[in-house]
Ligand binder design. Structure first.
Ligand SMILES: Cc1ncc(COP(=O)(O)O)c(C=O)c1O
Length: 385
């Protein structure tokens, strides 16, 4: 259902553009920038080498995993060795690999909601049972251990965390993260933690990685990707970090699924890691600037409420009186020519909200999008139930 919604909105937006309309796209979970020059150069030069045209080890190039471990240790205090890393074909495949390795059909998985829809779909796809845990908008969608405990049963096998969150932008405080990991470890449960947006946190906040918690090997499997942080969505490189015994099992699934991530893309990403590790940080101020515009402007638009969150590049905005976010997003696109993503896409707890992405739009277009939202909501009335 989720993919159909994204596709339908994008197809309608393309139609409107073809008819000569200017569409402001606040839907895409994409950054506005492309890869660093070092990655492009390495890929170009790599084409002349024979080893780039063949498989790598299932877990990925050793030199890439070594470089990644060194950088993650320096910047985020992550203590992982190259044999605890599997390079994947993007973040979604890293999550799929983790889920397939750790879960059996019927296993219950706590899924704080609003969730990243692909997590939910993948869990269902392998026969696991996602148990939505509704997060509180008043707490700015923060995840705490006390919210998870009522949903624990004897069949709970995992908790999925997305930090910073797509779709809410919420980050998990270090103390909460440590408590969650400590508690799940004590119960033999695993935390699958997606840190796709780890470089993008604002207002002086610091990203706390689950794999930097001292006892992480007791409970954590980390998934991540270069897609957003290095502007490389099309290159399909991500990774999973897990204790050695989990990696040993996961490698068999990796081999059956994709054998290895694309070699040329591994070469490009390795160059980016070695030469441009801080590249994502060069865009943080720009994202922070766009976030400030949203903070200033959204609060004065009738019906809209956003308690600003500190990470990723999303605003998860409540619309007073909205009971059908699918219809609302359609109306916004048709009447105001602005793409937003209906909150319902991210689980029932997201109904009545819209996700606005400020990743791909420049400030001019963002202001134009906001001005169109203002005009639309000045006249908008909730539909009667
Ligand atoms: C939280 C999260 N995880 C994973 C992904 C997918 O990443 P990739 O394109 O590397 O598969 C996305 C993409 O939107 C995401 O937002």
């Amino acid at each position: 259902m989720t993919l159909a919604r994204f596709d339908a909105l994008n197809a309608r937006a393309a139609q409107l553009i073809q008819q000569g309309h200017t569409v402001i796209n606040l839907g895409q979970a994409l950054p506005h920038f492309g890869p660093p020059e070092s990655a492009i150069r390495a890929a170009r030069d790599g084409l002349a080498r024979r080893d780039v045209h063949v498989y790598t080890a299932d877990a990925g190039r050793v030199s890439l995993r070594e470089a990644l471990c060194t950088r993650l240790s320096e910047s985020h205090g992550i203590d992982a060795t190259p044999d605890e890393v599997i390079i994947t074909a993007g973040g979604n495949q890293a999550f799929a690999l983790a889920a397939m390795t750790l879960l059996d059909p019927g296993d219950e998985v706590l899924l704080p909601t609003p969730y990243f829809a692909n997590h939910e779909m993948m869990l269902r796809g392998i026969g696991a049972v996602p148990k939505p845990v509704s997060l509180n908008e008043q707490n700015r969608f923060a995840v705490r251990w006390t919210q998870l405990t009522p949903y624990l049963t004897s069949r709970t096998r995992a908790v999925v965390l997305c930090n910073p969150s797509n779709p809410t932008g919420a980050i998990i405080a270090e103390t909460d993260l440590c408590e969650i990991i400590h508690e799940v470890a004590a119960r033999g449960i695993v935390a699958i933690v997606d840190e796709t947006y780890m470089h993008f946190v604002y207002d002086g906040q610091r990203h706390a990685s689950a794999a930097a918690v001292p006892n992480w090997r007791d409970a954590v499997v980390l998934v991540n990707t270069f897609s957003k942080s290095f502007g490389m969505t099309g290159w399909r490189i991500g990774y999973m970090i897990a204790p050695r015994d989990v990696c040993t099992e996961a490698i068999k699934i990796q081999d059956a699924m994709v054998i290895c991530a694309p070699t040329i893309a591994q070469v490009a990403v390795e160059a980016a890691i070695r030469h441009d590790w801080t590249y994502p940080l060069s865009f943080r101020d720009e994202f922070a600037g766009r976030r400030s515009i949203l903070i200033q402007e959204l609060s004065s638009i009738p019906h809209l409420h956003w308690a600003p969150t500190d990470g990723a590049f999303f605003a998860f905005v409540r619309v007073d009186g909205c009971t059908g976010s699918d219809q609302l997003a359609d109306d916004l696109l048709d009447q105001a020519h602005v793409v937003t993503i209906p909150g319902r896409t991210f689980g029932e707890a997201g109904e009545g909200c819209l996700r606005i992405s400020y990743g791909a739009v420049d400030r001019h277009d963002l202001r134009e999008g906001i001005s169109r939202l203002r005009q639309f909501f000045d006249c908008w009335r909730p539909r009667p139930l």
